[in-house]
Each structure stands twice: as structure tokens, then as C-alpha cells.
Write a protein that binds this ligand. Sequence first.
Ligand SMILES: Cc1ncc(COP(=O)(O)O)c(C=O)c1O
Length: 214
Amino acid sequence: MAAAVTDRTKVILLCTPNNPTGVPISHHSLEAFLQSARSDVLVVIDEAYVEYADAGSGPDSLALYRRYPHVCILRTFSKAYGLAGLRVGYAITTAAIAEGLRRTALPFAVSALAQKAAIASLDAGEEMAARVALVKGERSRMAAELEAQGWTLQPSQGNFLWIRADEQRLATLVDAFNGAGIMVRAYQGDGVRITVADPASNDRVLRLLSAHAA
Ligand SMILES: Cc1ncc(COP(=O)(O)O)c(C=O)c1O
């Protein structure tokens, strides 16, 4: 990405843990990237799935924000907090960048109800932690079983697993999922993202994939 930056580049978007692969960016490589990036290019670090990441698996983005003023961290209440319908998230960035965001934010304003829900959910940390722990436990269980079935996975720090598949294999998998009434997200030519859900639903996914394992 650093090599792709030109004079016309204004913003660089990074996502950690990444969607759809679940792979985090390491602190070291992100810091090296920030050091090499021009300071007039805004680096946005999208951490929509950060609550699902094991401690220390990804970057200490707050420390990087404090050190590099061209950083903007994005977080959301849509994922681990479960408030997707309320459209509420936040940015952690410098006053100058926040001022620019505010100028364009009017059509995306966060409603009073969403603000109340977001603040209330900050007080429901234990409930969120229990939900996240369930997802992380299931994520490990599914990954271990899928690897035993012969699938090659990358270690995911998100609330989903990524299975790389070429065009033909992907078509077979998508047909099988559709036929079973299980919604997954296919990325043409690349693979499929499977959301980690409740244990019974995950068991259905595991059974289906075992029938199509390599
Ligand atoms: C990587 C990533 N960033 C941001 C978002 C959007 O979050 P929000 O619901 O706050 O717009 C999503 C949701 O799909 C996402 O996958």
C-alpha cells in the first residue's frame, strides 16, 4: 500500500482485524507504515471488529494515534455491541480532523436514541464481554474442526472465518449454503466469509463443510 501512494493520495483506509479475512495488522508493521506515510495523507484505521480480537493480537492504535497526528481511528457499536440498527459509531482523531468530519456529518447525524443506547451499552460491558467470549470460543472450535476437515484457514480475530476458494469451488459452496438456507458472504474469485453464530447454527455450517471438504 505504501508503494501505491501517489501525489493524489489523500486518505489510506486500513482495517484491523480485516474484513473479510479476520487477520489483524501487527503493531510493528502499522507503526512502520505510519512512519513511511506522508504526514499530509490521512490514515484511517477501521477497527469495527476490534472487540473480538484477542488482547495484543493487533496494534495499540490509541498509542499510534497519540504519536502520529495523521491517524483517525474508527469504532462502531454495530458489531460486538449489537446496535447496528441505531447507526452509531465514533472516531478518535485530532481536533482538526474532527472539525472536518463535523462539517460533513450532518446527513449522518447520530440520533438522540442511538446516543442514549451507545452510552447505556458502555455500562453493559459484562454482557458484551460474555457475548464476545461466546463468539471467540465458537471461533476457535470452528477453526479447529475445519482445519481437521482439511480446510486451510487464516487465524481470524473477527467474528467470522474466511475460507479461500477459487471460482469453481466457491460456486459449489455457495450452492450448498443456499440450499441449506444458510447465508454466507461470497467474494467472487476469492473466497467466502462465514459469520460465527450460536453453537447450533455453527454445527450446521460444520456439517455442511465436512461434506465438501477437500
Ligand atoms: C470493516 C467494517 N467497517 C465498518 C463497518 C460499518 O459499521 P457501521 O455499522 O458503524 O457503519 C462494517 C460493517 O459492515 C465493517 O465491516
